[in-house]
Design a binder for this molecule. Structure first.
Ligand code: FAD
Length: 418
């Protein structure tokens, strides 16, 4: 059985490694001429880390990233609203990781090159069309400008938020759906804050900071490589271009954060400490009625781009890969269209629920509750919201995203990881 994968991002490369581990032939087509460590930080939940650990990648993840110890929510005055342990501290048998997106992608790429062989990963190959009946991909060689057709038994489109395959199936969908909010992302080398492994959300629905350390190497030297995202509601309906690599100047967004100087973090200083600032609109797409068309299906951001809330972008792409591999491995070539259909029936509703929960701010909603009830801050957190209400907000989202500890731990045990 041979599977073509379009896109050598986190979803596509994880899928390639999982298929190879089950003895299948795989070919990855990536449009970038060369994969470079692009992006800033991402967070990967234990539910996905267990799958990367099953691929033998836990030591490498530990060498690169930071084991997330806690998630904390603050108001815009820097007062702590809610915090809860994460990863091992929360009782999972595998950690949660905060890691540089590009370093994770490079780790997956190098592992794929070693395990699948260099011929299995072709860069500079842009998929321009697929045929769901013959499982073929038309590829544009970006160097020569020539096109050619590659056939397999199934094609998995893991080509991200601007997926060409999704566009082929849904030609009238248009650009991603804009939330009215824009994100500015960067990294700064600085002093560790809070536990040195805390993930922090601060502010409210119209102005937010997300920040967490992402580098083991820096932590070993007593400092932090601090990933941060500044988010603002921006007037007007026209989003900036959804280009992950678009750079802007600091003064485009820093002004409203000038007063955010707290005893545990000086936000304006954090911003000034970075050298490059990336702008990306907060966008997603409506859930689709179908991902699977004959021998072709969608995976990761191609199928379900979502707001970056609750650490789900990479996590859900990895969980898609796991579900898809289970279906493919249990099928013969003739049964692949039905296997891809079963994968869709499992994963599409689950990820659609997360897309919609993230539109309602997911767990970050707790900060908006405090902004509305106590805009000038509070003396005691429970003067504003009871413990039961705070616990309800956190628990509700975890149920939607599949972060249930027993399920993840049972999976870790079944894989012999603990
Ligand atoms: C350059 C870049 C930087 C990012 N930075 C961040 C970040 O800082 N923070 C964050 O939360 N998320 C970031 N993301 C998104 C994040 O990686 C995804 O949300 C998540 O990891 C799911 O991954 P994915 O594999 O589905 O998609 P992606 O990671 O987007 O990977 C898609 C891959 O497909 C390739 N591709 C696209 N079109 C084609 C085509 N027609 N033919 C062949 N290949 C194609 C792309 O080059 C890319 O390598 C970034 C994505 C990219 C591409």
């Amino acid at each position: 059985m041979k599977i073509s994968i379009i896109g050598g991002g986190i979803g596509g490369l994880t899928l390639a490694l999982m298929l190879k581990a089950r003895g299948m032939a795989v070919q990855v087509f990536e449009s970038a001429a060369q994969v470079r460590p692009l992006g800033v930080g991402i967070n990967v939940q234990p539910s996905a880390i267990v799958e990367l650990a099953a691929l033998g990648l836990l030591p490498q993840l530990d060498a690169l990233g930071v084991r997330t110890a806690e998630v904390c929510y603050f108001n815009r005055h820097g007062q702590r609203i809610w915090s809860e342990p994460r990863g091992l501290a929360a009782g999972y048998r595998v950690p949660q990781f905060s890691i540089h997106r590009g370093e994770l992608q490079m780790l997956l790429m190098q592992t794929a090159l070693q395990r699948l062989g260099p011929q299995a990963v072709s860069c500079g190959q842009e998929a321009v069309a697929v045929d769901p009946d013959s499982a073929s991909v038309t590829l544009l060689d970006r160097d020569s400008g020539q096109t050619r057709v590659e056939r397999a038994d199934a094609v998995i489109s893991a080509d991200g938020i601007h997926s060409a395959v999704r566009r082929q199936f849904y030609p009238h969908e248009g650009p991603p759906r804009y939330s009215g909010r824009v994100l500015w992302r960067a990294t700064t080398v600085g002093k560790p804050f809070l536990t040195g492994a805390s993930m922090v959300m601060a502010g409210h629905a119209d102005q937010k900071l997300v920040t967490y350390p992402i580098s083991r190497r820096h932590a070993d030297q007593g400092e932090s490589l601090i990933n941060w995202i500044a988010e603002l509601r921006v007037p007007g309906d026209t989003p900036p271009k959804s280009d992950w690599n678009k750079e802007v100047a600091l003064d485009v967004f820093a002004g409203p954060f000038e007063a955010w100087r707290w005893d545990w973090l000086d936000v304006p200083a954090l911003f000034r400490g970075a050298s490059t600032y990336y702008e990306f609109p907060m966008v997603d797409r409506d859930p689709l009625p179908r991902w699977t068309h004959g021998r072709v299906t969608l995976l990761g951001d191609a199928g379900h781009p979502m707001y970056p809330i609750g650490s789900n972008g990479a996590t859900q792409a990895i969980l898609d890969a796991r579900a898809l591999v289970d279906q493919i491995a249990g099928s013969d070539v003739a049964g692949l269209p039905a296997a891809l259909q079963r994968y869709q029936d499992d994963r599409l509703p689950k990820t659609a629920r997360i897309v919609m929960a993230n539109r309602a701010q997911g767990p970050d909603h707790v900060m908006q509750v405090f902004e509305e009830r106590a805009p000038e801050g509070f003396k005691q957190v429970h003067d504003v919201a009871s413990q039961a209400e705070l616990e309800d907000i956190a628990r509700g989202y975890k149920q939607i995203v599949g972060l249930d500890i027993e399920t993840v731990n049972a999976r870790a045990e079944s894989l012999g990881l603990v």
